[in-house]
Design a protein around this ligand. Sequence first.
Ligand code: AMP
Length: 308
Amino acid sequence: MQESAKVVFFDEIEVEMPVITTFSAMMFIFKHTKDLVKYIEKERPADQGTGFVPTMGALHEGHLSLIGKAKEENRLVVCSIFVNPVQFNDANDFKLYPKTPEKDILLLEHAGCDVLFMPEVEEIYPPGEEMTEHYDLGYLETVLEGKYRPGHFQGVCRVMRRLLQTVAPNRLYLGQKDYQQCLVIKRLLSLMHFKTEAVICPTLREAGGLAMSSRNRRLSEQEKIKARGIFEALTFIKEHLEPGAKENVVSQAGDILKRNGVLADYVEIADMENLNTLEVWDGQTPAIALIAAFMGKVRLIDNMIIRS
Ligand code: AMP
């Protein structure tokens, strides 16, 4: 086998490519929207088979499972890597967000991704262009992540609208790990009258239950073990929630977090459809437990479906 990565670059993408054993796939990488649009216009399968996986990079198996699902269902799979500045409400979180572009490129090529879009910030938000748009997200914007990260979902919608207009995929692959984001993006699709179908994929976890996340790279080995408390707390809720008031179960889940040194922003049980918090669960309503918590300086989110 030949010893080089078979990646085709458009424009100057400054990455150091380690020499690796070649595989047969070929991936096209674009930095500019106009080049990507031109390529997709030419290559778009006639059978409605374009799948899109937007990411912020520092890829892990969770991301790759989305690419895998997109490959099963589409002939053209497009992935984007863009750390979207306008969705970070914490400047430090943005600054410290892990970036591993060289490794990401290799992982995506291995996974059989066809096209990678890696724009600079100015490409998505041209200087001088006003960003006054506002998306009516209703209740979704005021609860859970919306409450703790003001402006976050407006930022998510800003980037997603631009990416969706560029790629115009038939299917969009999203992870259940960011459940509220899935509902927000579904709402965006409907507000914008986009025909794209949202496909929600299950959360991939490390051994021990910690949900895979790019932010896990910022945890020490010890912190990763303690952060499993989040999965333990969610599992406790799923196994012990019974119809009626939830206080006792939620408070015991909180104790599990405390015991592991995990500091909770929220532990909630909500209606799966709309994320209305459920004070009393009737045992029938599709319900989901959601946690956001700090392990040291790193904020993690996770959820578990109780009944679908
Ligand atoms: P991010 O790079 O964090 O913006 O994530 C990009 C996409 O991957 C989003 O749709 C996430 O929900 C999804 N994702 C992140 N972590 C996981 C995971 N552990 N399992 C499955 N999907 C994930």
